[in-house]
Structures are given as C-alpha cells and as structure tokens.
Ligand binder design. Structure first.
Ligand SMILES: [Mg+2]
Length: 253
C-alpha cells in the first residue's frame, strides 16, 4: 500500500528497535533525519521515562508527541494538534494523557508483593543509578534519568519465583509487561492503548494517516497490532533493514 498524500507516523520503541544493545544509533541517525525532513512524525513509545525520551528527542530535534513508561502516558507538546482533545493534566510544555497509576503506588504495591511472596524482587527504585548503570549497561547519565519514574517500575525476579510474583502483581490490581531486559509493573495500560488514542488524534488532525510500528519485545506487541505496517526486530530482521524500509515507504509519498 502506498501512503501517498498521507501523514506518516512512526511509533517506535527505543531499546533494540532504534538503539542497539550498546545504546548506539549510528546507522539509524541519518535515516531519522531524512524521515523528519520528509515531515514524518516520529513518536517514541518506550518503557523509558519522560526524561530519558526527552534526551533522545532533544538530540534529534524531534517535536512530536511521545509515549512514556510502556503506555503509562502520552505527552503532547502544547499547540501540536490544532483540534480539541481531552487530557489529564498540563505542564508548561505538554498536555498529558495519563493511563497508569502514580509511581509511588506501584512501588508500594510491589513491596506488598515482595512481602506476600517472599520473592527476591529488585526494582529500579531499590537500586542506585550506579547499580542500574552496571546492570543495564546504560551510561550513568542515562541511568540517572531512568530512575526518575512517574508511573511504572522495571524490576527483576532474582530467585525464579516468577509465577508467584506475577500472580501477586495481578492480585494487587497491577499489570506487568516484559521488555528486552526487565519486567515492568504498571497500571492498567499498554503501548497499544496509548498508540490507539494518539493515532486517533492524528486522524482527527490529518484525516489521512499511515501508521508504522517498530518493536522487538512482548511489550511492543499491543502497539504493533494496531498500526498499518508493523515491524518486529529480531535476530533475522535487523534494525537497519527495518529503518531503511521505513525510509523507502516515506519516499513514496
Ligand atoms: Mg525494546
């Protein structure tokens, strides 16, 4: 399908979808610049925090909305859409549509899960930035931003009590999802729900849209299900190939 005359929106995960295992992006960066020059919207939808995603948006001068913490919230720069839409709250720069629960509640409920199951659960809230950097491979300045959580907690279960822990998380009314390196506890939301809401806002504004999704993990599947053209990065389909294909789709406009 040729998306002629349509607004193209790329909903992309970051880790292992755009960034490689070492958080590098060299081969993708020129493609991103090209897509932006073609007026393609680049919407990051990541398990990362607002601060981490802002780091990448600022680096590439991306001004499109973004989805934080696995679909916990959509941050829409003010005046981005000319149409009316509902949002949960405003900050100086953004209208924010929230789907998850505040971080303090997620953290408290994970404590309850830990006590109930006796499992050895370690979340980002229990770790220093230095420990997160060592465990995840993130540089320290990004590990510090990864700790600034608003809605969700990445965690690991160190003693194999996965079933007990995940059952207890559900009993506490929370959801969980699996990213590339960590499990994530969050409220009742996922990347798909947030993508769907944002897709509708684009539709309201541009009338004709073509949505593309890029993901690599289970937490990306709800997002990939609702886009027009999903790409799943894995051992046989690498990031560069995917982004080159997106570039050629955008050039057919
Ligand atoms: Mg990923």
């Amino acid at each position: 399908m040729k998306p002629e005359g349509m607004k193209i929106i790329v909903f992309s995960d970051l880790d292992r979808s755009l960034l490689n295992d070492k958080y590098e992006y060299d081969q993708i960066e020129p493609i991103l610049h090209h897509l932006l020059s073609l007026n393609v919207a680049i919407v990051f939808a990541s398990s990362k925090t607002r601060n981490e995603i802002e780091f990448y948006r600022n680096k590439w001068q991306i001004t499109d909305p973004f989805i934080v913490e696995n679909g916990s919230a959509i941050l829409i720069p003010k005046n981005y859409f000319g149409t009316h839409y509902e949002f949960t709250r405003q900050t100086q720069g953004y209208n924010i549509i929230e789907f998850s629960t505040p971080y303090c509640i997620i953290h408290e409920k994970l404590d309850v899960v830990r006590n109930r199951t006796g499992a050895n659960i370690v979340g980002f809230g229990d770790m220093t930035a230095e420990q997160i950097a060592k465990d995840s491979g993130l540089p320290i300045y990004l590990a510090k931003l990864a700790k600034k959580r608003e809605y969700s907690e990445p965690f690991k279960i160190l003693d194999g009590k996965d079933k007990e822990v995940l059952d207890a998380i559900s009993d506490e009314g929370l959801c969980f999802t699996r990213g590339g390196k960590y499990l994530h506890a969050l409220g009742n939301c996922d990347k798909g729900k947030a993508t769907s809401v944002l897709k509708n806002l684009y539709l309201q504004q541009f009338k004709k849209i073509f949505s593309i999704g890029v993901g690599d993990s289970a937490n990306d599947l709800p997002m990939l299900k609702i886009v027009d053209k999903p790409f799943f990065v894995n051992k046989t389909v690498n990031r560069e190939t995917v982004w080159k294909e997106i570039e050629s789709i955008a050039q057919t406009q």
